[in-house]
Design a protein around this ligand. Structure first.
Ligand code: ATP
Ligand code: MG
Length: 419
């Protein structure tokens, strides 16, 4: 679990702003759920025999002896909240959320015990147009972040629950025939949840998995049609994709469509965004049957990719640092700073505190990354002016009166491309 120190937060803020703008552009509504739920909720939804529930949850007893868990993902909580909040009675919902998730995994690059996701869930939409919308919105975010060339969309269909159980029998027969090659996890899952074996990260199993019967060859008619329509919508919208018949996702609630956006630039942890359709989940948690689909993206992995591409802009440093020499200048400076903030709401102005000499203050202005130093010394105070020193450009220093200063800063902010 990591601290985000101030040198890291500007990139987060840039991404968060891009995400909010994206959600506004598609008219999705925000929902916020608690970080803790009854353990039972995750066992019932994600599945008892999954990595998350078997090994990764932070589970504890509270003072009443109830078993609670820190949320490992958002979908289960979101469905619970929608049922409890009465959001699903003959209504469509398009929702988003963001925040920390917790999984007790082996920490490594792209895998943390507290990590952060943005997620989207839509309820009441049975057709593949909603999946297409979700894929288009993520593709738009990648373009916005300059990542369109480093992320590949992988798609698969898991079919209906019935088709899956037919397939399951064939898979178990195949795996039994290759019993000796299975690892400990897979042996355990062979009868409880054999599809999970296809999701194994163990390199030694990859060729066995490669040779397994394909889920795509056992799809029911409806799921096949749904999938074909989705592919057609994506083609019409010019979204490239690859059908990955091994894509099963690590959670039990998915049916029909599953998808991932994957990169080769982050080593083994290459999935940045993942989701799919989960039509049975609302009913399973006590709601009326409601078709549903959603996805979640891992913010740490997305940021790692953005930084790797060098495409994050605004570093959030102050535009200006106010240097004041002498007690009278300090009094005056505090008021000047307030007036500037009234008149230039986008100006990021840091005011020196703690006194000290001119040289020392200027050093701090430089160190904090400010582009300008605004200087109030005895001379400036006497003349009713403020000096501007450019810290990052070869430009002569200026001494400006109040209204000139305001005009000058306005023009400077314009050219510095500040919105
Ligand atoms: P993986 O196969 O990498 O373990 P997952 O299938 O467990 O991922 P999901 O539950 O689908 O992941 O979560 C969606 C996204 O959240 C992932 O694609 C990834 O970007 C991110 N994510 C999942 N677990 C972690 C983690 N421990 N640390 C950082 N990001 C994570
Ligand atoms: Mg995982």
């Amino acid at each position: 679990m990591h601290d985000l120190l101030p040198d890291a937060t500007p990139a987060w803020q840039t991404l968060e702003a891009a995400w909010r703008a994206l959600m506004a552009a598609y008219a999705y509504d925000e929902i916020r759920m608690p970080l803790v739920e009854k353990t039972e909720l995750f066992i019932r939804t994600i599945g008892e025999v999954t990595d998350i529930v078997e090994k990764e949850m932070y589970t504890f007893e509270d003072r009443n002896g109830d078993s609670l868990s820190l949320r490992p993902e958002g979908t289960a909580s979101c469905v619970r909240a929608c049922i409890e909040g009465g959001l699903l009675h003959n209504q469509e919902q398009r929702l988003w959320y963001g925040g920390p998730m917790f999984r007790h995994e082996r920490p490594q690059k792209g895998r943390y015990r507290q990590f952060h996701q943005f997620g989207v869930e839509a309820f009441g939409f049975a057709g593949p147009d909603i999946e297409a919308e979700m894929i288009l919105m993520t593709a738009r975010l990648w373009r916005r972040l300059g990542l369109q060339d480093v992320l590949e969309l992988q798609l698969n269909s898991l079919g209906s629950a019935v088709a899956r159980s037919d397939y399951r029998e064939k898979l178990v027969a195949y795996l039994l025939a290759h019993h000796a090659q299975l690892d400990e996890d897979s042996l355990r899952r062979l009868h409880s949840n054999p599809l999970r074996i296809l999701d194994s990260k163990n390199p030694a199993l990859q060729s066995l998995i490669e040779g397994a019967p394909r889920l795509g060859d056992h799809l029911d008619h409806e799921a096949r049609e749904h999938f074909d329509q989705l592919c057609a919508l994506l083609e019409a919208a010019g979204v490239r994709y690859r059908i990955n018949p091994r894509l099963v996702r690590g959670l039990d609630y998915y049916q029909k469509t599953v998808f991932e956006w994957v990169t080769t630039r982050l080593g083994a942890q290459g999935t940045v965004c993942a989701g799919g359709r989960y039509d049975g989940l609302v009913e399973q948690l006590g709601g009326r049957p409601t078709p549903a689909a959603g996805f979640a993206l891992g913010i740490e992995r997305l940021l790692a990719l953005v930084l790797e591409q060098g495409s994050v802009a605004d570093h959030g440093a102050p535009h200006a640092y106010l240097v004041m020499v002498g007690a009278a200048a300090e009094r005056h400076g505090l008021l000047l700073a307030e007036r500037l903030r009234d008149q230039l709401p986008v100006l990021r102005l840091r005011v020196h505190c703690g006194g000290g000499g001119f040289k020392n203050q200027l050093k701090r202005a430089d160190r904090c990354g400010a582009a300008l130093a605004l200087v109030l010394g005895e001379d400036e105070l006497r003349d009713g002016k403020t000096a501007i020193k450019y810290l990052r450009e070869e430009r002569p220093q200026l001494a400006l009166a109040q209204d000139e200063l305001l005009r000058h800063l306005t023009a400077w902010l314009d050219t510095a491309n500040v919105k």
